[in-house]
Ligand binder design. Structure first.
Ligand code: ASP
Length: 330
């Protein structure tokens, strides 16, 4: 209840405090002719890990209709949660080694409020449960059975998340039960999304079924605030995909936002984030990590360990899949 009151209050107080991501010159009535004044012109933008066209298009639709960044990222990533062909997010995500689909998700708003669910089962949209945790409870993270119970109390439906395809793949996998990651292919379709709305406010969301065939109970970076996602409305936001254990060890997304605060561009900050990880993993080549970031000006950047990671960007300049440079080039 306290949190709700706080949210309402902060919503009121921040309404008049719009930021100025892009500064443009213009004339105002109070200024003499020829005296330029600066006004704030905010350019909305949505970016996400990988080439999720429909997810960014959805986020953009929200932003274009004057929706806020929080709604944009939630509704954007929900597209992937509902897509059974995306086998690492939401419904249709690959199971853990016991055959259970367990999902991780988090969301963060412009005021630093955040919500997260880890190891939740039978719920198609963990990001929306994470938002409920943020808005309806005094907590930040709910796990496992408790998170699932909370979701039912909030009106979410019980769903079987295993599909025919993932069931078959799991049966196949059991023949060898070999746990290994395949760079850029089987385990890395987590969606992390960042958006800036017309008010210049930033929000982010991240959702995944985690590493396929993981040990039961394993939680990755994606729902961990600061690791898989971080937003600071004064500075920017960052999110990650790839082997979560390595992202957690460096608190990757928080690190990138802090590097931007110190003056680095999103591109430079993502590069430094990956380099920190590689410093702890000298010579290791068997894992992928991709970071992406946006700053308050709407500039974006991304960097990864191996070639192949891309991010989608949607702004008034168009809709494109951006190639990302990598630590290893071959
Ligand atoms: N980061 C996710 C995790 O470790 C997996 C991924 O992005 O592919 O759970």
């Amino acid at each position: 209840m306290q949190r709700r009151k706080f949210l309402k209050k902060s919503g009121l107080t921040t309404a008049g405090l719009m930021s100025a991501p892009v500064l443009a010159s213009c004339k105002t009535e109070n200024k003499p002719e020829n005296t330029p004044a600066t006004i704030s012109v905010t350019k909305p933008i949505a970016i996400c890990t990988w080439n999720f066209v429909n997810a960014t298009a959805k986020a953009w639709e929200v932003l274009e209709n004057d929706g806020n960044a929080l709604d944009a990222v939630e509704q954007g990533v929900m597209v992937e949660e509902a897509d059974v062909n995306n086998e690492t997010v939401g419904k249709g995500g690959r199971p853990d080694r016991d055959g259970n689909v367990t999902l991780d998700a988090c969301i963060m708003d412009k005021d630093g409020n955040c919500g997260s669910v880890v190891y939740i089962q039978n719920i198609e949209h963990p990001v929306s449960v994470a938002r409920k945790v943020m808005e309806e409870t005094p907590h930040i993270i709910l796990a496992g059975k408790g998170a699932e119970q909370f979701a039912y109390e909030q009106g979410f439906k019980k769903e079987d998340l295993l599909t025919e395809s993932t069931r078959k793949q799991y049966e196949e996998w059991k023949k060898t039960s070999k746990y290994e990651t395949t760079i850029n292919i089987e385990n890395h379709d987590t969606i992390g999304m960042l958006a800036i709305d017309k008010n210049g406010d930033i929000a982010g969301a991240c959702t995944t079924s985690g590493m396929a065939y993981k040990v039961a109970g394993r939680v990755g970076d994606s729902p961990i605030i600061g690791a898989g996602l971080y937003v600071d409305n004064e500075v920017g936001g960052a999110t990650a995909t790839g082997v979560g254990e390595e992202v957690i060890r460096t608190v990757g997304s928080f690190l990138i936002v802090e590097l931007m605060r110190q003056g680095k561009s999103p591109q430079e900050a993502c590069e430094e984030g990956v380099k920190r990880i590689m410093k702890k993993n000298e010579g290791r080549k068997d894992f992928q990590i991709g970071f992406l970031a946006v700053n308050k000006k709407g500039e974006t950047g991304g960097y990864c360990v191996h070639p192949g990671f891309t991010y989608r960007e949607y702004s008034e300049n168009g809709h494109e899949n951006r190639q990302v440079q990598s630590f290893y080039t071959g």
